[in-house]
Design a binder for this molecule. Structure first.
Ligand code: FAD
Length: 502
């Protein structure tokens, strides 16, 4: 039964996506006019592997009025200043993709052009030596950025490593306190409106029938409504992002958590290590064609830095996206709309963007039209941009130790990425996107970290004397080192949160 005068929104699925959606809708939709319900099945469960995020999650929490320290305590979170990539360029190489800048532009010319000039003369330090976030991460230190600072303390951001299952629970409490109704049950059938083709109702295993005006599909990889019921097709990106499985297991924490995620490349994919305050999350991502599940699991167990907490769990996936995230009266958010592997920790970000855009283009009473088209094209762009950045990591490898990496470096790139890479390769320029991830600083970290040095740099950096450029870069590096001395260790910063003193 629909409430008279109230518009019914029904969310199917209570993973991270479902509860993030429920929390945000309960915060921004007027309860006088909307009824929000969420169906989830304890019997089915969630993906829930220990997860890494990017700085945007702080905006999401702020938008909901969530206290950051309370959130960190509830999710066993640690701080994250970036991702360390091992073996992604040459087999023995290592670099950090930080949430922050490397130096400042001078006279309108980006810092990296000065670095490229010095590099060509054999006089540059590694690019990360000029980034405060990289230096702080590697030194195991953390403090909040100072937005008013025009020095290194103003040049970085931070995110979190968190237990996604606890985050979903935290948001569930938030949403339930704001009148979201939770319904336990398994969806076994869906009814379509025969004239419009829209979803009319879902049926639960209890026999209950739930009608709504708007359905949000947060059912995970099953994509119950958008995929299975509305038959919106799935575009596979397997030819660009070849990994199709992950095996995950948590292990005991054996040392102070690093303030960064680690991504170790192996012959057939990569392995993550994500430190929480209570345990360490680990996973091995691989291409099933080149590695069996058993091999992946034993490899993962052998590389843990502490005793395993349970048995490894295999998760199958196919990287790609539904052709539309919104069809008829159904908006898919989270894994039901697509999946990009966790190399740059972007899934929760994509959920957050989908929710923000849903609020922005929320369907009116009179049905949907142009807002659905705009939503879909904007979400497509978000997905495509993250996809291109992920492909770059694989394609730009310089490994020759396996067929997997050789195939990756020989792949044909999407046109959007070809243009971007060609521009950088020729003249060192990185265009800034108006919408979507990632910022030029991120592209630079991967290009230079994996060894792509452009053919030329901006000729304006030849004007100052080489010695002046050298002095300037050294000042930037020394500024980072000096500032670092005042920073508490990451462990100290976390203790403050735990004690409620931060
Ligand atoms: P799920 O967690 O699968 O939730 C689906 C929900 O739908 C569940 O509540 C389930 O009960 C319900 N459901 C399904 N079918 C039915 C039914 N028939 N009836 C009733 N309910 C039903 N993201 C990041 O941001 N950072 C990371 O580091 C990261 N690492 C990842 C590593 C791996 C290997 C994978 C696979 C994903 C990773 N992600 C990461 C993605 C992240 O886990 C998901 O995006 C996020 O958890 C959201 O999942 P979800 O809510 O869409 O789906």
């Amino acid at each position: 039964m629909q409430y008279k005068n109230k518009r019914d929104v029904l969310i199917v699925g209570g993973g991270t996506a479902g509860w993030m959606t429920a929390a945000a809708l309960s915060r921004f939709l007027d309860p006088e006019h909307f009824r929000i319900r969420l169906v989830e099945s304890d019997a089915i469960g969630t993906v829930g592997v220990g997860e890494a995020t990017i700085p945007h999650i702080r905006q999401f929490n702020d938008m909901l009025g969530i206290d950051e320290n309370e959130f960190m305590r509830a999710t066993n979170a640690t701080y994250k200043l970036g991702i360390q990539f091992h073996g992604w360029g040459d087999k023995d190489s290592s670099y950090v993709h930080p949430f922050g800048l490397c130096g400042h532009d001078i006279n309108g010319v980006d810092f990296h052009h000065y670095w490229l000039r010095l590099h060509a003369e054999g006089k540059a330090r590694s690019f990360g030596d000029y980034s405060f976030a990289v230096q702080a991460a590697l030194a195991g230190k953390f403090d909040y950025p100072v937005s008013s600072s025009d020095g290194p303390r103003g040049e970085y951001g931070y995110a979190f490593h968190l237990d996604a299952t606890l985050y979903a629970k935290f948001l569930r409490d938030y949403a339930l306190a704001r009148d979201v109704q939770r319904i336990e049950g398994k969806v076994v059938d869906t009814e379509l409106n025969t004239s419009s083709g829209a979803i009319a109702a879902i049926k639960l295993d209890s026999g209950e029938r739930l009608m709504a005006e708007i359905f949000v599909d947060c059912s995970g990889f099953r994509s119950l409504l958008l995929g299975q019921t509305l038959n919106v097709s799935y575009e596979s990106w397997r030819h660009w992002l070849p990994c199709d499985r992950a095996v995950a297991v948590a292990c005991e924490k054996v040392s102070a958590p690093h303030p960064y995620t680690q991504a170790f490349a192996h012959e057939c994919g990569w392995r993550w290590r994500i430190p929480l305050t209570t345990r360490t999350g680990n996973g091995l991502v691989y291409q099933s064609q080149g590695m069996s599940d058993d091999e992946a699991a034993s490899r993962l167990l052998a590389e843990l830095d502490g005793p395993a907490l349970g048995d490894p769990r295999v998760i199958r996936f196919e990287t790609g996206k539904r052709d539309q995230c919104w069809a008829h009266n159904c908006i898919a958010i989270g894994l039901s709309s697509g999946f990009l592997e966790p190399l740059e920790s972007t899934s929760i970000y994509l959920i957050q963007v989908a929710i923000q855009k849903l609020l922005e283009f929320f369907p009116g009473h009179e049905g949907v039209g142009v807002e659905r088209e705009v939503y879909n094209s904007q979400m497509n762009l978000e997905y495509d941009r993250v996809r291109d950045f992920l492909i770059l990591h694989y394609w730009l490898n310089r490994r020759d130790d396996s067929a997997f990496w050789r195939t990756c470096s020989a792949m044909e790139l999407p046109e959007s990425l070809t243009e971007k890479v060609n521009l950088f390769r020729t003249c060192g320029h990185v265009e800034q996107y108006r919408q979507g991830l990632f910022m030029p600083a991120s592209w630079l970290a991967v290009y230079l970290g994996q060894g792509l040095i452009p053919e030329r740099y901006d000729s304006r950096v030849n004007v100052p004397a080489l010695a002046d450029v050298e002095r300037y870069l050294e000042r930037v590096h020394k500024g980072c080192v000096a500032e670092l001395r005042h920073l508490p260790s990451h462990a100290e910063a976390l203790t403050k949160i735990k004690m409620g003193a931060a």
